[in-house]
Write a new protein. Structure first.
Length: 234
């Protein structure tokens, strides 16, 4: 099964940025979408067959090209697994010390039923814009990952409007002088990736994002990421 690399890209970037002081509510993203490598006939030919007994078949999330048997309630989940079935979210286990890390990268989440929205709360919640001009990543039929403490499901589609992101980006740049070297390089890397995809398009399949700790310093393990369905080198 192909790796769900686009989700990993956003998870890595968001995790590092959310851990930085002053950036918890203002992830840095470019103005253009990060596009996956196309699903070529060669990639589609490598897709494994889906078991005929599968109750629900969904397309892999992120940059995946294959179909997968959807996970059921209680199954372990993460970005390297098949998506949770309809009406389910990939949630961290109760008491998980590192919910984002465990759920996204280690596959230690659990497919859990989506709670019904509170009617009273929904009546007081303003409607979201029908369209978002910011960067998006299509998650066709797949599940989102919800991390308690961050307020919303981790879904790249749910991004604020373009004008708002510009204002937040300016505020974040002012804070970069207070951050560690790794966070500064992360900001620069995201901007370079966006510009490179504008020029190279589908030819850009590999990139590097620094792995930062909460203090803005580099972690020991640094890995390359890719959009072509292969693991990057570490």
């Amino acid at each position: 099964m192909n790796i769900l690399l686009l989700n990993f890209f956003w998870a890595a970037a968001f995790s590092a940025l959310l851990s930085a002081p002053g950036l918890r509510a203002s992830p840095v993203v470019g103005q253009e979408p990060i596009r996956c490598a196309p699903c070529s006939p060669e990639r589609l030919a490598e897709c494994p067959a889906v078991d005929a007994s599968c109750e629900e078949v969904l397309k892999e999330t992120g940059c995946g090209c294959c179909l997968a048997c959807a996970l059921k309630r209680g199954d372990s989940c993460g970005i390297y697994t098949a998506p949770c079935g309809s009406g389910l979210r990939c949630l961290p286990k109760p008491g998980e010390a590192r919910p984002l890390h465990a759920t996204l990268t280690r596959g230690h989440g659990v497919c859990t039923e989506t709670p019904e929205p509170d009617q009273n709360q929904s009546d007081n919640t303003p409607d979201l814009p029908e369209s978002h001009n910011g960067p998006t990543a299509v998650n066709e039929g797949g599940s989102t990952v919800f991390v308690p403490g961050h307020g919303k499901p981790f879904d790249p589609r749910v991004i604020t409007a373009k004008e708002s992101m510009k204002a937040k980006g300016n505020a974040i740049r002012k804070k970069l002088v207070e951050l560690g070297p790794c966070h500064i390089e992360l900001q620069t890397a995201l901007e370079k990736i966006t510009k490179s995809q504008q020029k190279l398009g589908d030819k850009m399949t590999r990139f590097y994002l620094p792995n930062c700790d909460k203090h803005g310093h580099y972690k020991v393990k640094q890995c390359e990421s890719s959009l072509d369905g292969q693991r990057g080198k570490c």
